[in-house]
Ligand binder design. Structure first.
Ligand SMILES: [Zn+2]
Length: 100
């Protein structure tokens, strides 16, 4: 499945723990949110490394290295593994493609 088909939204923190805003570009983003590729019943939110996201921001503590120019060619490193209650999806986002 392609990331662009999971309604991806780039996000920035406006008020830590409270308020986020959507931004148009990966350059401006601190994270990306998209529909869960495994169950489709919830959203997956991955905050990026080295982009000023507070350590306390949830979900955590995972942070991802984001590369690419947009949702169509986004790569997240390392892989994404959802912990806690829920579907436990584990997969990869590489060059805009989701596998696993
Ligand atoms: Zn899920």
């Amino acid at each position: 499945v392609k990331l662009v088909d999971l309604e991806p939204v780039f996000e920035r923190v406006v008020e830590p723990g409270k308020k986020y805003e959507e931004v148009d570009s990966l350059d401006l983003a601190q994270g990306v949110r998209f529909e869960c590729p495994q169950c489709g019943k919830h959203q997956v939110l991955c905050w990026f490394r080295n982009r000023g996201v507070p350590d306390s921001e949830t979900p955590g503590p995972g942070r991802w290295e984001a590369s690419g120019t947009g949702a169509h060619d986004l790569t997240l490193s390392p892989s994404v593994h959802l912990s806690g209650p829920g579907c436990g999806w584990h997969g990869f986002v590489r060059n805009g493609e989701i596998t696993g």
